[in-house]
Design a protein. Structure first.
Length: 50
């Protein structure tokens, strides 16, 4: 193990596993929010989580 961090298209680099996991979680949450907005537009229902 070790060596240089992996390179991703667009010039991004992830120095460690923690950074990769956080990046994946942020991207997943962003896309889930987009899907929720589309669902609300389609069925006119809004769910409130308390």
């Amino acid at each position: 193990m070790g060596g240089r961090p992996p390179r991703v298209g667009g010039g991004l680099s992830f120095p460690d596993s923690r950074t990769v996991i956080v990046h994946v979680l942020v991207e997943t949450a962003t896309h889930a929010g987009h899907l929720e907005a589309v669902r609300e537009l389609l069925d006119s229902r809004q769910y409130v989580v308390l």
